[in-house]
Design a protein around this ligand. Structure first.
Ligand SMILES: [Zn+2]
Ligand SMILES: [Zn+2]
Length: 294
């Protein structure tokens, strides 16, 4: 089984974004912010590497069949002091760019929690603030966004460690089998045009039905639709039931390998168009502000 030695998921996205910006002469405050965010994450990712998970096949298969996500924070070897320092760096970065990131204006004045396995697990399960950190006055949404971006470089290594260890046909759920986060992107594969979802946090991709909403599991065909862009390369799926959307790239339309993490970022125009039509992203992240431009 192929397993890379080094986790360069974010480094590749960062390089791709720099090249893309160079070619398109793209520069903006939002773009500067994004580069700095990726630089911090790439460094954390490089230092964390790809962990040995220690999860046996039997237990792994049991979790997949039960619908339990593979990562449990107390089972990881994440250095929580280091994760806390990344959290602080990101909080400062978000504060520096609070003119374009509503919700982070007063971040320099608040007490930031130290990140522990317990807090991280709580975030993974959707319970944002455990009781012992309620002294922080950071808005729950802002805290969740920071947690997402803090944990991402630690979790992408687990995504790679678990990749190909689970049976794609045994999961088929709307959330990530590795970390439980919602997808922020999807693709149709080269061979059959099967739809795969891409995790917004750990970058894992997994097989999912084409005519099913991953966010509310609506399968009523009249309530599901998609639009294709002029090139035919990109799609946006819409669900009328939960009003969420999901972007996709059709890999049957491209000859070369593409970086899905990069595609996710540079298709911000599609997010803007979907949001103008009244749909929202299910992902908890900062790119949802339609006024934000790359
Ligand atoms: Zn994930
Ligand atoms: Zn839905």
């Amino acid at each position: 089984m192929y397993k890379p030695e080094v986790n360069d998921t974010t480094t590749k996205i960062l390089k791709g974004l720099e090249e893309w910006a160079g070619e398109s002469a793209h520069s903006s405050r939002f773009f500067d912010f994004y580069l700095k965010l990726l630089q911090i994450q790439a460094e954390a990712e490089e230092r964390s590497g790809i962990p040995a998970t220690g999860l046996g096949h039997e237990e792994l298969n049991r979790r997949i069949l039960d619908g339990t996500t593979l990562i449990k924070m107390h089972e990881t070897d994440i250095d929580w002091n280091y994760a806390s320092s990344i959290f602080n760096q990101l909080a400062n970065l978000f504060g520096d760019y609070s003119d374009i990131l509503p919700g982070f204006t007063s971040i320099s004045d608040v007490a930031l929690p130290a990140i522990t396995a317990e807090i991280a697990q709580s975030w993974l399960e959707g319970n944002i603030i455990p009781s012992d950190t309620e002294k922080t006055v950071l808005e729950p949404q802002a805290l969740a966004t920071l947690m997402h971006h803090t944990l991402r470089p630690f979790l992408t290594g687990y995504g790679l460690a678990f990749k190909e260890r689970f049976n794609q046909h045994s999961w088929r759920r709307g959330h990530c089998p590795v970390c439980g986060s919602v997808p922020s992107f999807s693709y149709l594969d080269k061979e059959k045009g099967a739809r795969y979802l891409v995790c917004s946090c750990c970058n894992t991709d997994w097989l999912f039905q084409r005519l099913d909403c991953p966010f509310c599991h609506n399968v009523e065909q009249p309530l599901l639709s998609y639009r294709t862009d002029e090139s035919g390369l990109y799609r946006v799926y819409f669900c009328e039931k939960c009003k969420h959307y999901l972007k996709a790239v059709d890999l049957r339309k491209v000859a070369e390998d593409i970086n899905l993490g990069l595609e996710m970022i540079i298709t911000a125009d599609l997010d803007r168009q979907a949001q103008e039509l009244g749909y929202t992203s299910a992902e908890n992240r900062l790119l949802e502000d339609p006024s934000s431009e790359l």
